[in-house]
Write a protein that binds this ligand. Sequence first.
Ligand SMILES: [Zn+2]
Length: 143
Amino acid sequence: MDEWIVRQKIRIPFRYTAGRAISRFLLGLAERRIWATRCEGCGRVYVPPLGFCGRCWREIAEWLELSDEGELVSYTVRPAKPPEIFGLIRLDGADSHLVHRLGEVEPTELERVVRVRAVWREDRTGSILDIAYFAPVRSKSLT
Ligand SMILES: [Zn+2]
C-alpha cells in the first residue's frame, strides 16, 4: 500500500527566553543604553553581552555601559533597491562586534567611513531594532 503524502504548512507559535545577558541588553536598548559584560578572567568586553566566557570557561558577572559610537570594521552591501548595507561595528570600549544596518550613507562612500553612531528609534520596544541603523560620524571629507 502506498503512503498518502499530505502537503500543508503548519504554524507553530512559540516563545523563548532571551536569557539573562541578552534580556538586560534588550531592555537597555529600550532606554537608549547599551549594556556590555566584561570577563574578569581575560578582561574582554562583550557586546552583545555574554553571560559566560568561552575563552576562560567562567561566568561573567561584571556589567558596564558603552557609548553608542564606535568604529566601522567592515561592511557588506546587499544589492537591492535601495541597497541594504550591513556593518560590522566595534563600539568604543568593546572587544567584540555588532552587526547592524548602516544608514545615511551611499555604498560609494563606505570606504571613507571610519566612525559610526547609533540612530535610535523613537518608539523603542526592547529590540535590536531599537537602533534603527548606524550612521557615519561625518568628517569634513564626507560632507
Ligand atoms: Zn574571559
